[in-house]
Unconditional design. Structure first.
Length: 191
């Protein structure tokens, strides 16, 4: 009798692992999709995020890792991408090299601000992440989650594309392919 219990427990564990791996490889995941072809959240979660293209981007000011103060919101010389992330987020790790390439490519025509939601992270891990992925654009520290809450964040990463007039043009919750991201940025720069 006891042996049958162990067998059933083993089968249940194997089924649980298989289900977890299946969800992690393209199923619904709050922290991204392994195939990078589809946004990772359902339409319901996106609707709950509160972010809407065409709305004014909420304004906030945060201090960066470099000690400087950065402002988001309102009119500016260049459009911008605001990237909300955490160092423990695997999809954030996947997209980091793409963001670095885009920052290099569009350095004259686009601002990229990387907003670490430090309330859910550790400063030492943030610094390691920045060094490991050679982040070459401002890394802002949202220590009290204030900016993330203003944008009604629901998952990491969340990328918000904002035009020169301070209007949200696109919201990417989860990851997209490097090609899709580059097309979205090229469209934003051309506006």
């Amino acid at each position: 009798m006891r042996r049958n219990g162990f067998i059933l427990l083993g089968i249940a564990l194997l089924l649980g692992v298989a289900l977890y791996q299946n969800l992690d490889k393209g199923g619904l995941s709050l922290f991204g999709s392994a195939d990078k072809q589809q946004p990772s959240l359902s339409a319901t979660a996106l609707a709950k995020s509160g972010l809407k293209p065409g709305a004014a981007a909420p304004s906030f000011t945060l201090t960066g890792l470099d000690g400087k103060t950065y402002q988001v919101g309102g009119k500016r010389d260049k459009p911008m991408l605001v990237n909300f992330w955490a160092s423990w987020c695997d999809p954030c790790k996947e997209e980091a090299p793409d963001l670095v390439r885009m920052a290099d490519k569009y350095s004259q025509s686009l601002d990229i601000y990387s907003v670490n939601v430090t309330m859910y992270d550790q400063l030492s891990k943030v610094k390691e992440f920045v060094q490991q992925y050679k982040i070459n654009f401002p890394v802002l520290l949202d220590e009290k989650e204030a900016a993330y809450r203003m944008y009604n964040g629901v998952a990491f990463p969340t990328n918000v594309l904002i035009d020169r007039d301070g209007v949200i043009q696109d919201i990417i919750i989860g990851t997209v392919s490097a090609e899709q991201l580059e097309q979205k940025l090229a469209d934003l720069v051309e506006m």
